[in-house]
Design a protein around this ligand. Structure first.
Ligand code: PLP
Length: 347
């Protein structure tokens, strides 16, 4: 068998062995099934095709330096999916069922888990969506829960910790003030893709969304949270329309461990000028430094670009945080919080 070159992989779908799924029909969950058939057969009136009753999760299985495989805080993902499903008023798997099916998916795809040295990992994608035929405007009564995976490299395809540029989203919002931004819904992505595509076409790696009510403060990137370092502080926005990132939550703990002060608060755009280091964070991106944030401001005389610059290398504090969190995930650093859950080799 030829060796797979994981360094060439980006955050993408690569074939694996199997998926695990269960259906909840009439409030009864079926026994989870494993299949190598990657096509679902669904009714054409299933809610997911029409009104987007759909939420998902993202987590990684890491092969550690000791050869053992770990999941990072899967209980947090299970609880967040429960919260997303509650928002959509549809059934959700229990925390136990969620974790069991994720473990099963890892075990069924054991030979797809990249080696420690590659820096790559097995990304797990649990999805939950409405399947009962419907036309009337109602929440989905019956749902399917499926866990699939893909062995991925880093999100940007570039090496990790290589900074990229971002632009403020002045013409499009990700989430409304009293909307669904705090839940991990497919719909949040559907409606931000167009803005994302425009930013990418302009050559930006990231799009930084503002609060939809006033466009005066920072919310988050399209698929990852925002945090900045200034005067020994770890600063991240506090807003109900920002997705509660588990990576961000964990980094706040690690930051405290390092003696940083942690501030969750409103960040006005003007404050961007004062930050020493700026990053995006999330399961897929881990920590990705931001080299520059452009703000294209439209004036009567035309559009001007204000630039906030953070340098072309990862900042020292962010790098320390990165090493600690990745170290916990792959077993080179002590996991004194009990964040990692070991998955047993199925053989
Ligand atoms: C999933 C997601 C994140 C990152 O959350 P993690 O739990 O750290 O992976 C951030 N923002 C958005 C919009 C997301 O969907």
């Amino acid at each position: 068998m030829s060796e797979i070159d994981y360094s060439k992989r980006s955050f993408n779908y690569y074939p694996t062995n199997a998926i695990v799924f269960s259906k909840c029909v009439g409030n009864r969950w079926s026994a989870p099934e494993v299949t190598n058939d990657f096509n679902f057969s669904l009714h054409c009136f299933a809610g997911v095709f029409h009104y987007a009753p759909s939420c998902f999760e993202g987590m990684k299985a890491y092969r550690g330096v000791d050869g053992r495989v770990r999941l990072f805080r899967p209980d947090e993902n299970a609880l967040r999916m429960e919260s997303s499903a509650r928002y959509l008023d549809m059934p959700a798997p229990s925390v136990e069922m969620f974790i069991d099916m994720c473990v099963k998916c890892v075990q069924e795809n054991w030979d797809c888990i990249p080696p420690y040295e590659s820096g790559a990992s097995l990304y797990l994608r649990p999805v939950l969506f409405g399947i009962n035929p419907q036309l009337g405007i109602k929440s989905a009564a019956d749902v399917m829960f499926a866990v699939m995976c893909s062995a991925v490299g880093t999100y940007s395809g570039a090496k990790s910790l290589v900074p990229g540029a971002a632009v403020l989203s002045r013409n499009y919002d990700r989430a409304a003030t009293y909307g669904s931004g705090g839940y991990k819904l497919g719909a949040n992505y559907a409606q931000s893709l167009h803005a994302y595509n425009l930013a990418h076409k302009m050559g930006y790696r990231e799009l930084l969304f503002l609060d939809s009510a006033t466009h005066s403060h920072i919310e988050e990137f399209g698929s990852s949270n925002f945090f900045a370092i200034k005067h020994g502080c770890y600063i991240t926005p506090n807003s109900p329309s920002v997705l509660p990132s588990i990576t961000n939550k964990s980094l706040r703990k690690v930051a405290e461990e390092f003696g940083l002060k942690v501030e969750r608060r409103t960040i006005f755009i003007d404050e961007l000028e004062t930050f020493e280091e700026v990053n995006s964070c999330g399961t897929a991106v881990v920590i990705t430094p931001i080299s520059r944030i452009d703000d294209k401001v439209t004036l009567e005389s035309g559009t001007i670009t204000r630039e906030y610059r953070y340098g072309d290398v990862c900042g020292p504090v962010s790098e320390k945080l990165y090493k600690r969190i990745v170290g916990i995930q792959n077993g080179t650093e002590e996991d004194n919080y009990g964040w990692c859950m070991f998955v047993n080799d199925p053989k």
